[in-house]
Design a protein around this ligand. Structure first.
Ligand code: ZN
Length: 282
């Protein structure tokens, strides 16, 4: 946990009763941020937001860290999301920036959004992580900063530390080597994820397709699981690409075929809680 910056003496004098307006925040510069040499751009956005960088930590995130930082995903219910996060975040250096300033939580969120709007290139190329909730910020800061003497004072929040559970899916570890699958798909999901084209279901072509849109209530795992059931015989790689492409495009044709097959497909998606779907002309 090296740091070229002197300790920030005021950090230790923050009264512990200050539950909401903690003047501290952090941002995680992901491996792609460092690889693409975007740190300077991020740091200028931090300064524009009125924040100071009080400590820097080079870290190499491990699979265990991923599971500590995002416990709303677990290996049995979210093996796909975790396989992609492992591929994206682990094994290469990241950097944690400990930030200080007025309303640091909100300011750091604004920095994250500004940086992503400028540099993000796809679902696994969004450059920075920052917490969306104060409770999440406090919990993740404890994990990322707790080993540094300067930064170890716990963040304070009056919010629950855990994010709400996210919808799980099938345990696809039974069906495929997910690390190998992610390695194979990785080049196809940089930038806008590749569109693998709709699955052809039974029956003559009606000139219609079932479309899948973006649904933030779902996860990659819950969406792929719904597709697994709604598109009989679909290959896992095909379902993953359909899920990722629809999440980015907002409307991807996932199935063509006869009227009955398309209706069955839609009904199965609804049964699995997918609402952002419907029929349209091809
Ligand atoms: Zn530190």
């Amino acid at each position: 946990m090296g740091s070229g910056i002197p300790p920030e003496p005021t950090l230790r004098r923050i009264p512990k009763v200050c539950l909401v307006d903690d003047p501290r925040a952090f941002l995680l510069l992901k491996p792609d941020c460092l690889r693409l040499k975007l740190s300077g751009s991020v740091e200028r956005a931090i300064i524009r937001a009125g924040l100071r960088i009080v400590c820097r930590h080079r870290v190499t995130v491990s699979p265990a860290d991923v599971r500590h930082l995002w416990p709303e995903y677990d290996d049995a219910g979210h093996p796909l999301a975790l396989a992609f996060l492992d591929r994206y975040l682990t094994g290469e250096p990241s950097e944690v920036l400990h930030l200080y300033g007025q309303d640091a939580f909100e300011a750091a969120r604004r920095v994250k959004r500004e940086v992503r709007s400028r540099h993000a290139e796809g679902p696994f190329a969004n450059v920075v992580h920052g917490a969306e909730r104060r409770g999440e910020m406090a919990r993740q800061a404890g994990h990322l900063l707790g080993r540094c003497d300067v930064c170890a004072e716990p963040f304070h929040s009056d919010e629950p530390p855990l994010n709400p559970a996210r919808p799980p899916g099938r345990d696809f570890r039974e069906d495929a080597d997910l690390a190998a699958l992610v390695d194979e798909l990785w080049p196809l999901v940089q930038g806008v994820p590749a569109d693998p084209g709709p699955v052809r279901l039974e029956g003559g072509d009606t000139g219609q397709a079932v479309y899948l849109g973006s649904d933030r209530e779902q996860t990659l795992d819950s969406t792929v699981t719904a597709l697994w059931h709604a598109l009989p015989g679909v290959e896992l790689r095909h379902a993953v690409l359909l899920a990722l492409h629809s999440g980015w495009s907002g409307g991807t044709p996932i199935a063509v075929g006869g009227r009955r097959a398309l209706d069955d497909c839609l009904r199965t998606l609804h049964t699995h809680g997918v609402r952002a779907c419907g029929k349209g002309v091809t």
